[in-house]
Design a protein around this ligand. Structure first.
Ligand code: FPP
Length: 254
């Protein structure tokens, strides 16, 4: 039998939450002499395969950066086509989500989406709300700075209304006011296409995430590449600011 990185993955040390910046659809299309939209279409295939693999491995949360606040500035034709693709994909994939016990969640400013897209996502979230397996979190019209500003405004209002005391504001309070409230911070953050940037994605939540960059363009990011990223993650020591010695003695205590 052929070797697959999957065989080396330690199921006891899976990241609970993997977040992915899916990048490189446009360049993939260009490489293949195709229009950009066909790159995005191919990217949907990767979304399908990676979601399935994550569910199968028992990963609890998979967050995908599908559309950033800044993406609204792309040519109108591409924005419209991407919105249509998102609606089509959700319509086509809802049955698969149900079959695989996957729950769909979204983060971002859903109200900025065209009505039809917003309704489709809300419908799918309601339909899959009872599923208990993987939580697939799609970031739509999302940017970390947008979400932090929104959280600051909400907290300020609560202070003004006497519902929150300034001295009680801590990390937990801020986390609870982000659109990711209730979702654990990502353990592993992957970006495809060779760009070495975070691009306004989960800035607060990725404070201690392990970062993994691959030159692979998103449509070329196979399940095998995903396994390699997980293996790389498992080879790292997560210290959260502590020393290796402290971590060892912590382990002995439990
Ligand atoms: C980045 O590639 C990709 C996007 C902005 C869109 C990604 C969206 C999908 C793959 C559809 C996802 C669907 C669901 C339901 C989650 P790029 O266009 O920035 O590529 P480039 O940098 O090579 O131009």
């Amino acid at each position: 039998m052929e070797y697959t990185a999957k065989d080396s993955i330690n199921r006891e040390r899976m990241p609970r939450h993997v977040a992915i910046i899916m990048d490189g659809n446009g360049r993939w299309a260009k490489q293949h002499g195709l229009v950009r939209m066909l790159g995005h279409r191919q990217g949907v295939e990767t979304v399908h395969n990676i979601t399935e693999a994550a569910a199968e491995l028992g990963i609890k949360y998979l967050t995908l950066y599908a559309f950033s606040t800044e993406n609204w500035n792309r040519p109108q034709q591409e924005v419209d086509a991407l919105m249509e693709l998102l609606v089509d994909t959700i319509a086509k994939e809802t049955d698969t989500l149900m079959k695989n016990n996957v729950r769909l969640l979204t983060i971002g400013d859903l109200s900025r989406l065209p009505k039809k897209a917003e309704e489709k996502f809300r419908g799918c979230m309601a339909q899959t709300a009872g599923n208990t397996g993987l939580k697939l979190v799609i970031a739509l019209s999302y940017s970390a700075r947008w979400e932090i500003i929104r959280a600051v405004k909400q907290m300020s209002n609560e202070v003004k209304e006497g519902k929150l005391r300034i001295e009680d504001i801590n990390e937990e309070t801020v986390s609870e006011h982000l659109t990711t409230a209730g979702i654990p911070d990502p353990d592993l953050l992957i970006r495809t296409s060779g760009e070495l940037r975070i691009s306004n994605f989960l800035l607060w939540q990725s404070a201690y995430s392990e970062l993994y960059f691959t030159p692979c363009l998103w449509p070329d990011f196979t399940v095998e590449e995903f396994y390699k990223a997980l293996l790389d993650y498992q080879s790292r020591e997560r210290r959260f600011g502590k020393t290796s010695e402290q971590l060892l003695s912590d382990q002995k205590k439990y």
